[in-house]
Design a protein around this ligand. Structure first.
Ligand code: ZN
Length: 330
């Protein structure tokens, strides 16, 4: 099979996923998918380096996921949504979401913010390992992993194909309220605008992904400081425990918005409510509070699901916000 047919196959698979559900499971099970997973078909860069004061920061892509645009803009009318997507030169039947994890190197430690999806949300995740290798690192070089919330696209890579710890030495920090909701109980996910079969797989993927770290997970409360230079911020609503993050060094700051917004076109430039938000009012309040802070203080922002590398700023307008991507530093 040449590169072109592989490519076409991947594209067709994501089209199928987009037509019916948010994701497809790993084709033929995690083992067989692994053979094709984890590499970018384009060969383009999957990492982007910059600094936050004294902190060396690197966005490491875990690839892409996606689904029907409507999932991420639950209160838009079909006509409005389609018009907005067309104006942004985006397809109207599928919204691509990136997986922008952030590696912080500070105080002699390597801290990874979000673990990425792996194969839990379709065949195009799991590239973080290749992108770590591209900067000369392996999973055992990671000391700390901090998760914003336990959805599969944020924890999927924690588990190896044979059920072990993918990041053998890392201390894994998870918000306690998400652990209580998604891991300790069988959560009611009927609020999610996806088929029941998808919800069951979603819930199972969360438990499976976190199982290898269950004995030594570090549960945190949003608001805690994880290490000097990394503070978690309360941002509940999307999930019970979701946190966002402020990376800071000297006068430099970087705000990570986690899943307050999925794509800037539908959740920043247009204030539509993501369907997967469990408590839509609380999520909206968190979004406004944190976006207002980012806009007022002109803080650099990293959007986990925004177009790679996901860096930019929030501009406040009279009625809403506008996402302004940052220029790449060379
Ligand atoms: Zn997400």
């Amino acid at each position: 099979m040449n590169a072109f047919t592989l490519n076409r196959r991947a594209i067709m698979l994501s089209a199928v996923a987009g037509a019916s559900t948010l994701v497809v499971p790993a084709v033929g099970g995690p083992g067989s998918a692994k053979a094709h997973a984890g590499s970018s078909p384009s060969g383009n860069a999957g990492h982007y380096r910059f600094r936050v004061g004294d902190i060396q920061a690197t966005v490491l892509s875990d690839g892409i996921i996606g689904g029907r645009p409507r999932i991420y803009a639950s209160d838009a009318t079909e006509a409005e949504l389609e018009a907005v997507l067309r104006r942004a030169f985006l397809p109207t039947d599928h919204l691509t979401l990136n997986l922008n994890t952030l590696l912080m190197e500070t105080g002699g430690q390597r801290i990874l913010i979000e673990a990425g999806a792996g194969q839990t949300m379709g065949p195009n995740g799991g590239r973080i390992f290749e992108n770590l290798a591209a900067i000369g690192l392996g999973p055992s070089d990671i000391d700390v992993i901090v998760i914003s919330h336990t959805h599969p696209d944020h924890v999927g890579n924690l588990r190896t194909a044979d059920g072990g710890k993918a990041f053998s030495r890392a201390a894994v920090f998870v918000p306690k309220a998400d652990w209580d909701f998604f891991v300790r109980t069988d959560p009611d996910l009927s609020y999610m605008p996806v088929p029941e079969e998808f919800r069951q797989r979603f819930a199972a993927n969360i438990k499976n992904s976190l199982q290898p770290v269950a004995n030594d997970v570090e549960l945190y409360e949003a608001g805690d400081e994880i290490v000097p230079g990394l503070t978690t911020l309360v941002a509940a609503g999307h999930t019970p425990g979701m946190a966002t993050f402020l990376v800071h060094s000297g006068t430099d700051q970087l705000l990570l918005t986690a899943d307050l917004a999925y794509h800037p076109v539908v959740n920043v430039d247009n204030p539509w409510l993501p369907g997967p938000d469990r408590d839509k009012e609380a999520a909206l309040a968190s979004r406004r509070r944190i976006f207002d802070q980012a806009a007022a203080d002109r803080i650099a922002v990293l959007g986990f699901h925004f177009p790679f590398p996901g860096l930019g700023r929030m501009l406040k307008t009279d009625s809403a916000y506008v996402w302004v991507p940052a220029n790449w530093q060379f």
